[in-house]
Design a protein around this ligand. Structure first.
Ligand SMILES: [Zn+2]
Length: 744
């Protein structure tokens, strides 16, 4: 965020000199003290000096370092051995240094592994050097080993603060199986369990103690901590400390005062998702002076990302059934269904198609949830449809198909969720089936956050900004991985360029951009003209609404371009704006509320000095198809779906051309949504008033928005809308259809 912070991060990165050069060994006379492993725990498992000699290159290619570091720091000399270590040793003579063979011995003997995963060595080196460390390691990168391994080497009991009781218990069980004394303290324990854990901790026998953040302020716990030697504290899922974050955990606010009280020698914070801004704020929030920051590359080439834009919810479910049925491997598909209702509907659709599926959300009983989880883990179902309540702490390595049935609220959610596929490194797919309407649903859900507790307006604004970022990216045709990496500030984003080989936009044949002529050119130029006239003062939606001729609130009616594309469907205008953005004729400026403007190239195209070579909107042909189906047998000349809309640059020009947007029937051409929505809300308010009942009982927001979105033209179509049953249809159906007809 500020240059100072960036410098801090960079200096941290610089320290992550590849292990191949420096190893864990502090070379030089007297620096290395060969000692028996001090820890009682580890000494239970006899550790031989490891076969790979210190001087030999380590066995893993990963050790060359996959974490980002200052690109200028890759020179031939290592500053680490010379300066940093001497300073450290003189400052703290008592601190011992660990040789690479000691480290590899623990890796092999305790964890049964021969090599590190990419990104781990740098983080380990920082921790073993007792540096305050922030590690951003994507899900599946082997985060826990990064704090467990140093904890085994250090004297004393290291503390891990984790938000997830289930995860803590799993880790404790796994450590115990490896012969490592570990325990957890959490609120779900019986009195006896807690007593036993506290005793073990007080005796100094434990190597690792997992605590939930809620325990940190308990006087009893603080008293114990002061009696035990704690070499370091690791905070897992550290981003939960950020008040504005979507994963904010109020108990995480206990962490800074706790650290202040116990003053551990150093702190390590781990998170799977952190934008550059967040990394900086994280250090500040946890009072970490000058942390070393490590960012493991976010690209996972074994995960193929795909997005498919769907026209309706039924279409989305139909596609889901196909995907689940044809999924590779034997593991169930993991499906993120958005809302609880969405999950249940998707599970039902799968079931009706002859597939077995469970759903999992916060509304299920604990028994239902654990049964669904068990069946999923044991491959007993074809799919599990879950809300984001499912996943943290699930470490199923072989999920081959992950489907998002809705647009995630942020890249953080998207990444965290699709990251659960292919953890074993095998080829896996993550497919996002999204609708433009998802944006509105999410926007509404975010605006309701303050109903769930005291949430600042800033938090809601932040949530909406993040939603906007992912929505923009999904509408674009640029490489999905590139957009993801750009978002997380991963410098590899640019290198991925236009061919990541692991996303649908790079691997599927692209429709080449075409040089527009005739009516299409007129329409495109009208869009460019609108952008020029509005001159970077409005966002893309407002520009589209202006061109379409909307009179909704906030849409400027003064410009000459107002209504210039009155006969072209709004979806077509919006998609064309996107395509013109992708082609570099338009640009969005400003990151918070991006404003649409013309680029120099766009100006050339507007002046006719350069051809307009863009993809013609798919929506144009979709609306065309829909129409031709309805107006059965109507003949369509070659390219009619494309070269149409045509004269639509002026509303009055719409002649009798056989062309999509301009002559489409009411159901096909969607006028400004906001107008219909306003009218529906007004009607709902009046109806609720006259019936003396709350508005949502007349029609929920979701149903209302579905009406706007799907524009039902008949009783049957109304009945297909979520929340509208026979009784609602009888009471309000006629009014709803009348209103929809009025704004068609
Ligand atoms: Zn790509």
């Amino acid at each position: 965020m500020n240059s100072k912070g960036e410098g801090k991060e960079r200096s941290g990165l610089k320290r992550s000199t590849p292990l191949r050069r420096t190893g864990f060994v502090r070379r030089g006379a007297g620096f290395r003290r060969r000692q028996a492993l001090g820890s009682q725990a580890v000494s239970q498992t006899p550790l031989q000096p490891a076969p790979p000699p210190d001087e030999a290159p380590p066995p893993s290619a990963g050790l060359t370092g996959e974490c980002d570091r200052d690109p200028t720091g890759g020179g031939a000399t290592s500053t680490l051995e010379a300066s940093v270590d001497i300073r450290k040793l003189t400052a703290a003579q008592a601190q011992r240094v660990y040789s690479r063979s000691e480290v590899f011995a623990v890796l092999r003997e305790v964890f049964g592994l021969d090599e590190f995963r990419p990104g781990q060595p740098e983080v380990l080196r920082s921790l073993l050097g007792r540096e305050p460390t922030i590690a951003v390691l994507p899900t599946g990168a082997g985060k826990s080993l990064c704090y467990q391994l140093p904890a085994l080497l250090f004297e004393g009991t290291s503390i891990v603060i984790s938000p997830l009781i289930a995860l803590m218990r799993d880790q404790v069980r796994a450590l115990e199986e490896r012969g490592i004394p570990a325990a957890s303290l959490d609120s779900n324990q019986s009195w006896e369990e807690r007593q036993a854990a506290e005793e073990a901790f007080a005796s100094g026998r434990l190597k690792l103690l997992y605590v939930s953040p809620e325990r940190l302020s308990a006087p009893r716990f603080l008293e114990l901590v002061n009696r035990v030697s704690v070499p370091f504290v690791a905070v897992d899922e550290a981003h939960c400390v950020m008040r504005w974050g979507h994963d904010f955990r109020p108990a995480y606010m206990e962490i800074p005062p706790f650290l202040e009280t116990v003053r551990p020698p150093f702190l390590a914070a781990f998170t799977a998702t952190a934008t550059p801004e967040l990394r900086e704020e994280l250090g500040a929030a946890l009072n970490m002076p000058q942390p070393s920051v490590f960012v493991r590359g976010f690209h996972r080439p074994n995960l193929h990302l795909a997005t498919e834009r769907m026209d309706s919810d039924p279409a989305r479910l139909k596609r889901l059934v196909e995907l689940v049925r044809e999924r590779p491997g034997s593991a169930p598909a993991l499906v993120y269904g958005g809302t609880r209702k969405g999950c249940e509907a998707a599970a039902k659709a799968l079931f009706e198609a002859g597939l077995s599926a469970d759903y999992y959300h916060a509304g299920c009983t604990p028994e239902e949830r654990s049964r669904a989880q068990e069946r999923f883990i044991r491959d007993e179902v074809d799919a599990l449809v879950a809300t984001n309540a499912f996943g943290m702490g699930i470490d199923k390595p072989d999920i081959r198909l992950l489907v998002h049935l809705h647009l995630p609220k942020s890249f953080e959610d998207y990444y965290q969720e699709f990251g659960r596929a292919g953890r074993d490194g095998q080829q896996s797919q993550a497919i996002l089936l999204w609708r433009r309407a998802d944006y509105r649903t999410n926007d509404y859900l975010i605006s309701q956050w303050n109903g769930e507790g005291a949430v600042d307006q800033d938090v809601i604004e932040g949530g909406k900004r993040r939603l906007h970022r992912i929505y923009e990216a999904m509408g674009s045709r640029v490489c999905i991985w590139q957009r993801v990496l750009q978002y997380f500030g991963d410098p590899k984003a640019e290198a991925l360029g236009e061919d990541c080989a692991s996303c649908s936009r790079c691997t599927e044949p692209r429709t080449p951009a075409q040089e527009l002529t005739g009516d299409q050119l007129v329409i495109a130029q009208t869009v460019l003209y609108g952008a020029e006239e509005l001159d970077g003062r409005f966002g893309r939606k407002k520009v589209a609404a202006t061109l379409r001729g909307s009179r909704a609130q906030g849409v400027p009616t003064w410009p000459e371009c107002h209504g210039g594309l009155g006969n072209v469907a709004l979806v077509v205008i919006e998609e064309l704006i996107q395509n013109l953005l992708d082609a570099g004729h338009l640009i969005l400026e400003g990151s918070e509320y991006p404003l649409l403007n013309l680029t120099p190239r766009g100006r050339q195209a507007l002046d006719g000095a350069e051809p307009v070579a863009v993809l013609w909107p798919q929506a144009a042909s979709t609306t065309g198809k829909a129409r031709s189906k309805k107006s059965r047998g109507r003949s369509r000349g070659p390219g009619a779906g494309n070269s149409n809309g045509a004269s639509g640059a002026r509303p009055t020009d719409s002649g009798p051309t056989d062309s999509g947007p301009s002559d489409a029937k009411p159901g096909d051409v969607r006028p400004e949504d906001a107008e219909l929505e306003d009218a529906l809300r007004g009607w709902r308010r009046r109806t609720a008033g006259s019936l003396a009942m709350p508005a949502y009982m007349v029609l929920t927001d979701r149903s209302l928005e579905a009406v706007v979105d799907s524009r039902p033209g008949s009783a049957e179509e109304l009945l297909a809308i979520h929340g509208i049953g026979p009784s609602k249809l009888e009471k309000h159906g006629a009014e709803l259809l009348r209103l929809v007809g009025e704004f068609a």
